[in-house]
Write a new protein. Sequence first.
Length: 188
Amino acid sequence: MKRILIILSVFCLVGVSALAGADSAKVQIDEPMPEFGPPEQIRKLAVMAGTWDYKGKLKWDPSVDVWTEHEAVAEISVVAGGGAIQMIYTGEMSGMEMNGLSTLAYDRAAGEWQEVWVDNFSGRLSFFTGKTINGARVLVGEELMNGKSIHSRATTYDITENSYKYKMENSYDGENWYLSMEGTYTRR
């Protein structure tokens, strides 16, 4: 009989512990869930989907004021169920064919834009993050050029349904910036 009472006591303790654990799990379930689905910032950019012609100029060396004209076509689409904007860039730069791919997303938790860029010139991924400042999307990152670290700042601005402007600035120290590329995208 004593043995039965001990066994029943153990089962009661286990049952009470399980119920207590269920109550604490319930508290976690009642906590607010993070927002899911396509970010509002990406939904607003969905109007950019389509084909765009790019005309611009660039210079490789900040100490020389020699600019090279270049043109490209950008195919922009909404991807990942509305979670990101993708751009496929095809054109020529400095007399060579250039192919690039960009994926742009908005991280709600961090409150910032994130972009990954890859092209056939560098053959590596470049990562950029940033904010919208006075209507312009300003993204910064750090890359390698000729084996040296270089800071890059990409700004997309004057955005309308049929055109937008883009500029790339670079810096070797993160403080003194020079304009390395600028141009305009026009919807076909």
